[in-house]
Design a protein around this ligand. Structure first.
Ligand SMILES: [Zn+2]
Length: 341
């Protein structure tokens, strides 16, 4: 995909920086997983190494068709280095696990030292060297200090470092302070749908419309057995916050199991999903600067409060049916029916 979908603010900031030749040599791409941070880093590398760079039409992500762009895209450009943990490399099929040992989720300090050894040298093609560190928080303190030392080493080469991390606090302040920060937002359902369609995912629309889906990975994750019940419950609890769709909520309350353990398990899963959706919104401080809390996020908070109360009631031996009704309807249906005109 030549354009980055759903991250207009980031794209605008990068475009402006490249156009005015003010792109920092260190960039911190912050935000939740799977919303375009890595894709943007790769696209930026393409733009910096595009054979037609300088032409306004190819700022900031390159033309996508020249030899330079195609080599970055295909992972064969000698001046683009992508650093990741062994576990990530194995998961992507880029490396084989060594024997029976579980691949490390930390980024090896050796990998950082190797990159740092190259930093002062001229890039192979004499232009710019781009180093992208995926999950930069997977560098332990030693690795981060090694990187910092490498960055401070004087050299004539032009290097661009892109650190992909959940939040600025995931890397040492000494590193974060050297980088320009760009905050990626959780994706809207529209953006997820556009990306899935572009990828040719058959049920793109249905996946994008699932509640709590704010990233491509979440949309592509396979749902588990009871997922339909969890989805209905999440929707029901969320609708209760706005007092919408009473009919649906009455039906759901009637359909839900009267078995305490089953209801507790469903509540647990609904809680996880709402929590993930909420975390995607408020990632880590910086990533949401300027986003503001929208009504939807507040719904999720009250929905989580509702679940917590229901769990407490169930633990305290509340009658399952009444607990479920209070959670979905706010009051037992008999009372509610009496209030309706
Ligand atoms: Zn190009």
């Amino acid at each position: 995909m030549s354009v980055i979908v759903g991250q207009d603010r980031v794209v605008a900031a990068l475009t402006k920086a490249v156009q005015s030749r003010r792109l920092a040599h260190g960039l911190l791409f912050l935000g939740p997983d799977s919303v375009g941070r890595e894709a943007t880093a790769r696209a930026l590398a393409r733009g910096l190494l595009c054979d037609r760079r300088g032409a306004s039409a190819v700022v900031p992500f390159g033309c996508g068709v020249c030899r330079g762009c195609r080599r970055v895209e295909g992972g064969s450009h000698p001046d683009v280095h992508i650093v990741m943990s062994d576990a990530e490399a194995v998961a992507r099929g880029l490396a084989q696990p060594e024997g029976k040992k579980k691949p490390s989720v930390e980024i090896r300090i050796d990998a950082i030292r190797e990159i740092c050894r190259q930093l002062p040298q001229r890039p192979y093609e004499g232009r710019t060297r781009i180093v992208i560190v995926l999950d930069a928080h997977r560098m332990n303190e030693h690795a981060q200090n090694a990187l910092l030392k490498g960055l401070e080493e004087p050299g004539e080469a032009e290097n661009m470092l892109v650190l992909v991390a959940p939040g600025a606090r995931a890397v040492l302040p000494t590193i974060a302070s050297r980088c320009q920060r760009l905050a990626f937002s959780p994706l809207t359902a529209d953006a997820v749908r556009t990306i899935l369609r572009h990828k040719g995912v058959a049920d793109a629309d249905a996946r994008a419309a699932r509640p709590g889906v704010h990233s491509v990975a979440a949309a592509l994750a396979d749902e588990e057995g009871d997922d339909d019940a969890v989805s209905r419950l999440v929707i029901g609890i969320t609708l209760r916050q706005t007092n919408d769709a009473l009919g649906d909520r009455l039906q759901l309350a009637a359909d839900l199991s009267r078995d305490r353990a089953t209801v507790l398990a469903l509540l647990g899963q609904a809680e996880l999903r709402l929590g993930a959706a909420l975390r995607a919104r408020i990632v880590l401080g910086d990533a949401t600067a300027g986003l503001g809390a929208d009504a939807h996020g507040l719904d999720e908070v009250s929905a989580l409060e509702g679940i917590a109360a229901a769990r407490a009631d169930l633990a305290g031996n509340g009658i399952v049916q009444l607990v479920v009704e209070r959670l979905l309807l706010g009051a037992p249906p008999s009372i509610l029916a009496g209030r309706r005109r």
